[in-house]
Ligand binder design. Structure first.
Ligand code: NDP
Length: 247
């Protein structure tokens, strides 16, 4: 129960990695606000976790790319649950395609969600976090933000941008005992990677030293460590959880 009664916000928590991060915090006694784009997704995820950890989770449907809507939801979370001390920016999307064919909207939507979304949430939640004595911002980036990937110029730029944002925020908030770190997952089994054709999955696995996709638990365990008091001296870092892909 190392997070007992701490208030945690996880974006993109309707499924996949975000839902697993929310579950892991709930299992350790936290009160978790799950944010996702659609009401059915975050309410469904919160209900599922509440069956095992009653009263731990609340659902908030909001598009993280909408600055005003994020400000509004932060106010509601503050009133309904309390002062947030841990923020996990996990909401993310892909709109893949080679640059020659990539539409402006594919670029804008991915950057608005993956990068501006984190700007919006940090702005909205930073005040209570700066007043706390143990606050954490954890941004879920990607190995693709470190090494790039053909067909993912928008996604690579958004995740590389998120890493730069992480370091700037870490420097700005260090004086307030708020740490800010990024986790860069490799290929993790979720809806996002289920879309990949089998031959692509096989080619990816051939490049991973540990020879398999990771699980959502591999990421949630890293998040819980970075959020813990044991990680108090770690800030501005990027932790790759990728089976050795980018060593
Ligand atoms: P999923 O596609 O399984 O889930 C994405 C979640 O993000 C959903 O809950 C979705 O909401 C939410 N979301 C998307 N857009 C918005 C938005 N504008 N506002 C609020 N919520 C939004 O993704 P994963 O679990 O696979 O990925 C989670 C994060 O991890 C992403 O940032 C991704 O880039 C990153 N990542 C994933 C990897 C992987 O291999 N899976 C590898 C590296 C990084 P809803 O359910 O309502 O649609």
């Amino acid at each position: 129960m190392q997070y007992k009664d701490q208030i945690v916000v996880v974006t993109g928590a309707g499924r996949g990695i975000g839902q697993e991060i929310a579950r892991a915090f709930a299992a350790e006694g936290a009160k978790v606000a799950l944010i996702s784009r659609s009401e059915s997704s975050c309410a469904g995820a919160a209900n599922e976790i509440n069956q095992t950890f009653p009263g731990s989770c609340s659902a908030y449907a909001v598009d993280v790319s909408n600055h005003d809507a994020v400000q509004e939801v932060a106010k509601r979370i503050g009133e309904e649950i309390g002062a947030v001390s841990i923020l996990v920016n996990n909401a993310g999307i892909t709109r893949d395609g080679l640059l020659m064919r990539m539409k402006e909207d594919d670029w804008d939507t991915v950057l608005d969600t993956n990068l501006k979304g984190a700007f919006n949430t940090v702005k909205a939640f930073m005040r209570p976090m700066m007043k706390g004595e143990h606050s954490r911002i954890i941004n879920i980036a990607s190995v693709i933000g470190l090494i790039g990937n053909a067909g993912q110029a928008n996604y690579s730029a958004s995740k590389a941008g998120l890493i730069g944002f992480t370091k700037a925020v870490a420097r700005e908030l260090a004086g307030r005992a708020v740490t800010c770190n990024a986790i860069a997952p490799g290929f993790i089994t979720t809806d996002m990677t289920d879309e990949l054709p089998e031959n692509v999955k096989e080619a990816v696995i051939a490049k991973i030293p540990l020879a398999s996709f990771g699980t959502t638990e591999d990421i949630s365990k890293a998040v819980l460590f970075i959020a813990s008091r044991d990680a108090r001296y770690i800030t501005g870092q990027v932790l790759a959880v990728d089976g050795g892909m980018t060593m």
